[in-house]
Design a protein around this ligand. Structure first.
Ligand code: FES
Length: 360
């Protein structure tokens, strides 16, 4: 059957490569390459990850799933090939995107998945190549790649090809150092347009906030803005944060910067550094105490209160919550002086102690 998009074989691959090259050229022209502080370890993870995914992992999964389907479900092959593109495209894209939202969110909320996704957040600079910076296993078990294979098997190859072009355009655009949305926030005349765009699609500002180092800056939300192509899932599931500004500090707090072999091949290869989350014996210990902590606060200053009970700097967050469902609580001190901050984590008036610990 003819799976060529608009009659041209492999058009989707050419267009995605074209988008990558276009953003690459703009980034180079804007002086990004001469300013970057990326190490060779970073480049290997990002460029290597791109080729690993595009040349090995994705084709292999699609091929294996295709073989499996042809053997066990041969009667279903091309079962949906009569669907029009207008039906097949939203069918493929919407299911793909909601799955990716939950997979990505799970990668922040569950420890093992977090270790596979963590290299993506170690990047201290944005750039479209960081989209491909994850452990190999993260992609191998990613439902979306299997979804591509299933849809192709069912005869929706054209919708998949077109969907991938649209998806990659949004993903590459939101990871790029080119803040294409920034002028649209500044100039009032464009405000109605960007207001609609940001409520539907992921913009650079929305996604850069997800890569911010810590919520303390009032812009970043590493535990929110999980969307991939559409921002609607974050709005529906309560994880959206629209600030229209860009965080200055990106990456992870307390990052031991593992060698790329551990980052890419975890859990087959683990890190040597015992302080690394990718070390075989690494464990986050509880630092909760029954008694509250008395600490000096400064009026008007922002603080991040640890709610997970694993921070090494209690009662404040040090990002040890990554890989759990907890996130810190951002608060502003209303007065200067000593505050009684909860460290048993059962207060109902967080971050302040309400004497709940007396019931323990
Ligand atoms: S370390 Fe961030 S919430 Fe505990």
């Amino acid at each position: 059957m003819d799976n060529a998009l608009f009659g041209i074989e492999n058009l989707d691959v050419y267009i995605v490569l074209g988008i990558l090259i276009l953003f690459g050229l703009i980034e180079v022209a804007a002086g990004y390459l001469s300013r970057t502080n990326r190490s060779s370890n970073d480049w290997i993870q990002e460029v290597g990850g791109f080729f690993g995914l595009s040349v090995v992992i994705k084709p292999l999964i699609v091929f294996c799933a295709y073989l499996f389907g042809s053997y066990f479900f041969s009667s279903s092959q091309f079962a949906l090939s009569h669907w029009s593109l207008f039906l097949a495209l939203p069918f493929y894209l919407l299911i793909d995107d909601v799955m990716q939202y939950w997979y990505h969110r799970s990668a922040h909320e569950y420890e093992f998945l977090w270790k596979l996704h963590r290299p993506h957040h170690q990047a201290e600079e944005m750039g479209f190549f960081i989209s491909y910076r994850n452990a190999a296993l993260y992609y191998i078990i990613m439902p979306n790649i299997w979804w591509v294979a299933i849809c192709t098997f069912l005869g929706l190859a054209k919708a998949v090809a077109l969907g991938l072009i649209l998806k990659q355009a949004v993903i590459i655009g939101s990871h790029s150092t080119i803040h294409w949305d920034e002028p649209l926030y500044k100039w009032k005349i464009f405000n109605p347009i960007i207001s609609v765009i940001e409520r539907i699609f992921i913009t650079p500002a929305f996604h850069h906030a997800h890569h911010g180092k810590s919520m303390i800056d009032g812009i970043s939300d590493p535990n929110g803005n999980y969307g991939n192509m559409f921002s609607i899932w974050d709005q529906v599931f309560g994880t959206a944060k629209f600030t229209r500004t860009f965080p200055v500090e990106l990456g992870l707090e307390n990052d031991p910067k593992e060698h790329w072999t551990a980052s890419y091949l975890y859990p087959v290869i683990t890190a040597d550094n015992p302080n690394s989350e990718l070390h075989r014996g690494f464990k986050k210990e509880s630092t909760k105490t029954k008694e509250p902590i008395f600490i000096e606060l400064e009026k008007g200053k922002n603080y991040l209160y640890c709610q997970c009970g694993k921070s090494k700097n209690p009662p404040f967050c040090d990002s040890s919550h990554h890989g759990s469902k907890f996130k810190p609580l951002l608060f502003e001190a209303k007065r200067t002086g000593t505050a009684k901050i909860c460290n048993c984590k059962i207060t109902k008036t967080g971050p302040f102690c309400d004497n709940s610990h007396l019931d323990l």
